[in-house]
Write a protein that binds this ligand. Structure first.
Ligand SMILES: C[S@@+](CC[C@H](N)C(=O)[O-])C[C@H]1O[C@@H](n2cnc3c(N)ncnc32)[C@H](O)[C@@H]1O
Length: 288
């Protein structure tokens, strides 16, 4: 048995330090996901399946494929599926959501009413399997916006097609709803076997798009957002990439709009475009 394992390992491609740096820099330029020097093992593991599926022999061959092959665009998309970390859940970081609901939303609604506007536009930028944009839709519904004749328009976007197609299905396991109250579960989900399916009256407010946050041509598709949630993705980027991404988001915000980043993320020393405002231990970044 051990001899068999050894033999299998003997044929396994090995990521050399030199190729690691080349691949890491290539990936960084394309999508910003950065593998630090101590994460070589992780990149090696995440790309192994792709290399095997393409019947390639080395990581260097894979980099050549990504650079020159006619199938490189398709492979790039499969690469994004393999290297992204998609952890998320409904009602994640409830303190921040409470700041959105009670600290930001009421003033925005009043300002819109004063201008005679009745639409609310949100962008969940890096929405993974959809839990975040759907949570935001449910919060707006709980506030009754839809029953008062408001238009709710939420975009959920991600670079990984794998998670976007799961989001489109709208079916979730127990783990995804672990922070969701029974009241909300009963109101907005249908239980099908072991799964919770989001009801169409919620999902109709959310449209999914494939958007690379580093690509200004992509982000320009999203306009005039009142709120952008870009949570738990900046941690994977270098400071230079964070700066590009939050500058791109800035252009997608409506005047008076604001940005939420993850609880453990900060734009300190990254950009001066936004005015940070502290509300109940959370920082909200206002468009200036
Ligand atoms: C950890 S999830 C965060 C999900 C959700 N925002 C939350 O906080 O629960 C990070 C997501 O960012 C996406 N992502 C990584 N790089 C990206 C990029 N350059 N453009 C768009 N999405 C990206 C990943 O595919 C992944 O689904």
């Amino acid at each position: 048995m051990d001899a068999l394992k050894l033999n299998m390992n003997a044929n396994k491609p090995v990521l050399t330090a030199e190729t690691f740096v080349k691949l890491r820099d290539f990936i960084d330029t394309k999508c910003g996901i950065h593998f630090a020097d101590n994460k070589k093992y992780l990149l090696e593991k995440r790309l192994l399946k792709r290399i095997e599926q393409k019947n390639l022999k080395t990581y260097e061959d894979y980099l050549c494929y990504l650079t020159y092959d006619k199938g490189k665009d398709v492979e790039m998309r499969l690469l994004y599926n393999s290297i992204s970390t998609n952890e998320t859940s409904f009602f994640r970081d409830p303190v921040q959501l409470d700041v959105f609901r009670r600290g930001v939303l009421p003033a925005m609604i009043e300002a819109k009413k004063a201008r005679g506007e009745k639409s609310f536009r949100i962008w969940s930028a890096a929405s993974s399997t959809g839990e975040e944009p759907l949570t935001l839709a449910m919060i707006l519904m709980e506030e009754g916006l839809h029953t008062l004749g408001w238009t709710i328009d939420i975009i959920g976007s991600d670079i990984s097609e794998g998670v976007l197609s799961m989001a489109a299905k709208g079916e979730y396991e127990n783990y995804a709803v672990r922070n969701t109250s029974q009241t909300i579960l009963q109101k907005y989900f249908t239980k099908i076997g072991n799964l919770y399916k989001i009801k169409p009256e919620v999902s109709k407010f959310v449209k999914y798009k494939n958007i690379n946050l580093l690509n200004a041509t992509d982000t320009r598709m999203v306009r005039q957002r009142d709120i952008v949630f870009c949570r738990n993705v900046l941690i994977y980027f270098t400071d230079a990439t964070k700066k590009k991404v939050v500058n791109n988001i800035y252009d997608s915000l409506a005047p008076g709009g604001c940005l939420f980043v993850g609880f453990s993320e900060s734009l300190h020393n990254i950009t001066r475009l936004y005015k940070p405002v502290s509300i109940k231990n959370s920082v909200v970044y206002n468009k200036m």
